[in-house]
Design a binder for this molecule. Structure first.
Ligand SMILES: [Fe+2]
Length: 150
C-alpha cells in the first residue's frame, strides 16, 4: 500500500473482520467449556438470566433454538450490552455477520460443522444439546459476565 495504492483495502478489512471475529469467538468458546460441565449458573449471572428470560429453562430453550437456526456456519451468542446493562441472545453468521455494535459476548456456541460433524454428523441440535448439558463452564461465563459489567 506504500505510494497510495489502496486497491486491497476492502479485502483487507473484510479479512480482518472475519479472522479477527473468529479468533475472539473461539477464544471465548474454549474457555466456556470444561469436561463434566453443564448444570446451571449461580450468583449474579443466574439472577440476570432469571430476570431477563424468566427462568434458566426458558433461556436454555431460547439459546438452543437461536443457535440451531443459524443459517450456514456461525454461532449462538449470549451477550451483555454495557449501554443498557441487559443480556440477550443473538446469532453470528460466519464469525462476523449479524453482529450488533457494543454487545460483549460472554457465552458462545460454535455451530460451524467442524465443531460437531465427526461425532454428530449433520445433527446440529444433538451437538448443541450436548454442549449445553455436559460442557458449559458456567464459572467462566459468570466471570465474563462480571467483567462485562465493569
Ligand atoms: Fe470453530
Amino acid at each position: 500500500m506504500a505510494g497510495g495504492d489502496f486497491a486491497g483495502a476492502k479485502a483487507a478489512a473484510k479479512a480482518l473482520a472475519f479472522h479477527g471475529s473468529g479468533h475472539v469467538l473461539h477464544s471465548i468458546f474454549w474457555a466456556n467449556m470444561k469436561p463434566g460441565g453443564g448444570g446451571e449458573p449461580t450468583g449474579e449471572l443466574a439472577d440476570a438470566i432469571k430476570k431477563t428470560f424468566g427462568s434458566f429453562e426458558a433461556f436454555k430453550g431460547l439459546f438452543l433454538a437461536t443457535t440451531n437456526a443459524v443459517e450456514g456456519s456461525g454461532w449462538g451468542l449470549l451477550l451483555r450490552c454495557p449501554e443498557t446493562g441487559m443480556i440477550g441472545v443473538l446469532q453470528a453468521e460466519k464469525h462476523e455477520n449479524l453482529a450488533v455494535w457494543g454487545k460483549i459476548p460472554i457465552f458462545v456456541c460454535d455451530v460451524w460443522e467442524h465443531a460437531y460433524y465427526l461425532k454428530y454428523q449433520n445433527k446440529r441440535p444433538e451437538w448443541t444439546q450436548a454442549f449445553m448439558d455436559h460442557l458449559v463452564n458456567w464459572d467462566d461465563v459468570a466471570k465474563r459476565y462480571a467483567a462485562a459489567k465493569k
